[in-house]
Design a protein around this ligand. Sequence first.
Ligand code: PLP
Length: 457
Amino acid sequence: MRDTVQLNVEINDLTARTEILGISKDVAAATVKTPGSVQSVTTLREDVHSALATRTDSVAAVMKEKMDSYYSVPDNVDEEDAFFVGDMGEVIRQHIQWKEMLPRVEPFYAMKCCPDPMVIKTLATLGTGFDCASRTEIETALEYGVDPSKIIYANPCKQTSHIRYAAAKGVHMMTFDNADELRKIKQHMPNAQLVVRILGSDGSRSLCNLGLKFGAPPAIVPSLLQVAKDLELNVIGVSFHVGSGCFDAQVFGDAVKAAAGVIEVAKDFGFEFSMLDIGGGFPSIDDLIPSHIRVIAEPGRYYAASAFTLAVNVVARRAVSRDVKNVEDLVSGEVAVQAPTSANDHPAFMYYINDGMYGSFNCITFDHQICTPRVLAKNGTFMFGAETTEPEYPCSIWGPTCDSIDCITKEGSLPELNVGDWMYFDNMGAYTLAAASRFNGFKKTVILYTNTYKGHN
Ligand SMILES: *Cc1c(COP(=O)(O)O)cnc(C)c1O
């Protein structure tokens, strides 16, 4: 009886919270797993709340509005700045899809992927957990009202003072993959709920191989468990991360098998595991992992990537001869642009845009992304999402800084653009804003938020 009352209170609270996001009650209710896991609206930051509540335009409409104001006040400097459109509706739809496809797996959002306040707020409101790797990330999650029990400190090599901070805040779940870490944890958080991170794969089937840095080979796991037992620490589970951006589902299968082995081995040391953490991805786990074991995951890009679209302005251009083969020779291949007599006479272009490798496009270096430009606006015509029949010409695209590594693409193809025209890039939410710098005095790209989620049906 008490439990029913408790749950009703939570669902009412959740309804209030989800009205902010426009999510239907049944979907939201499906996110209530454990009584006590729901946060109150009043703990969420007001600015984020009101910004989310106000705007529901499509991404195209937000882009259009910006272009209209750019073309009506062409000399207003700010109108020229690059900008993102962040669609929180996309985050919500990804969450609903997760709940439908992976009902057994609790998502703990990997905050490093995109620590954008609105994304965090949206996911906190939806009731996901959070994967944090540092004191600041933990602080941020707590600031948005996330319960400490819904945070996993998923960094196997932690700074001692950060462990003490986590202990003080009641964040008890954390990963480890080496014996020295266990000794540190014994000293600073002897009551930690530990998760052993194993090397789930060789990383060769992922965009970013995280196994070079983290993860205990399954063969040494018994010795680690022995150390944990001798120190009287509590190991509650096993985790792996197959590498960020894994493109081979088989890798997950193998990693889940390895984890199942570790769950068995742990019994020899007196540890009855209650948790499996499968990092980021979509495996099938039911045949291998007993049903009493709680399964969590740490998706990052799954939630963030598609939610952000980046718009950039062509701030400068150089026409170069089309037969220049090496990027190094491009500048010296500069030609005067005359009206070309045929497409073959047409020059290639070097476009210089106002966001680059040191800003949002750091994903090219750090996340091995390939970013494909599309035309947003040309000579005052809005072209977002439009199919164009215009001929395309070879181009390279360069960021705004004075460093020549600041190149977004060496071999692109676009209709001819002029200085002042705009391009856009889809799927720019993952590992973009998160590590953007202000190198060379270029400011970070601003975000315009919208929420296109229209309800469940
Ligand atoms: C980066 C990271 C993630 C998120 O990976 P995605 O590819 O963005 O899903 C999850 N867990 C850990 C431990 C990570 O380091």
